[in-house]
Design a protein around this ligand. Sequence first.
Ligand SMILES: Nc1ncnc2c1ncn2[C@@H]1O[C@H](COP(=O)(O)OP(=O)(O)OP(=O)(O)O)[C@@H](O)[C@H]1O
Length: 260
Amino acid sequence: MRAASKRNEIHIERLNKSYSQQASASGELHYIIQDVDLAVKGGEFFVLLGPSGCGKSTLLSLIAGFVSKTSGQVRVGEKEVERPGQDRAVVFQQADSSLFPWLTVRENVEFGLRMKRIPAAERKVISDKFIALVGLSGHEKKFPRELSGGMKQRVQLARVLSNDPAILLMDEPFGALDAMTRRTMQKELVNIWRSTDKTVIFVTHDIQEALLLGGRIGIMSPGPSSRISHIYDVPLAYPRDLSSPEFHVLHDQIQSHFEE
Ligand SMILES: Nc1ncnc2c1ncn2[C@@H]1O[C@H](COP(=O)(O)OP(=O)(O)OP(=O)(O)O)[C@@H](O)[C@H]1O
């Protein structure tokens, strides 16, 4: 078990978000998410699970600092989130939109390091490490157009990891992948997470994926005015066994929330 760390803790209190155009004729605000409370410990793998459109990406964007809250608090470590920061990195569903097509795998992975003016020799050590960690050694000189969807997603992950953020915010990162590649990526993500002290918040609407990955699973109620209605501890060892009776019991319990 890794030591808990304060800098990668996340505290959310009475968080509300509405978009200004969503005020009714009477001026009353319509909330996308309302009164969200959540505490995520440093080094935790927390999954946000909920139906399409309930506000999972909105909550992730609030933690990332991409959108501003209407009221409430989002703190990372001791600091209130006001804008994006190097302590938080976001991995999106479509790697295509985040990779630079004119840069090779290595150049994409080293992009943030170059921006930080890290010397070339040091950049190479770091990019070698993370390219190997995501299983892309030997592909350093390829361009994104020469890679499969799964390989592009790995490049995105290697790039994010090479910047060493304390917190990984992942928005359905494997949603566009075929079932086999998705399984491989899920296993690799767990291995990567277990070898670092990073906090992960992972958004999905797939119960099986949530149970394969999460230490805890927060279930969001259907929107509007969505909140985290239940939190499940997942007391199953990694790697998770999809066929175990315990897995099925938890799957059924969680499924029941979506059948109400
Ligand atoms: N910029 C915006 N302006 C107005 N409404 C928005 C904006 N962004 C999102 N919404 C609305 O907020 C709600 C929640 O959207 P969000 O993308 O957070 O849901 P989600 O749970 O991530 O959905 P999905 O699983 O389908 O990706 C939706 O009703 C959406 O239309």
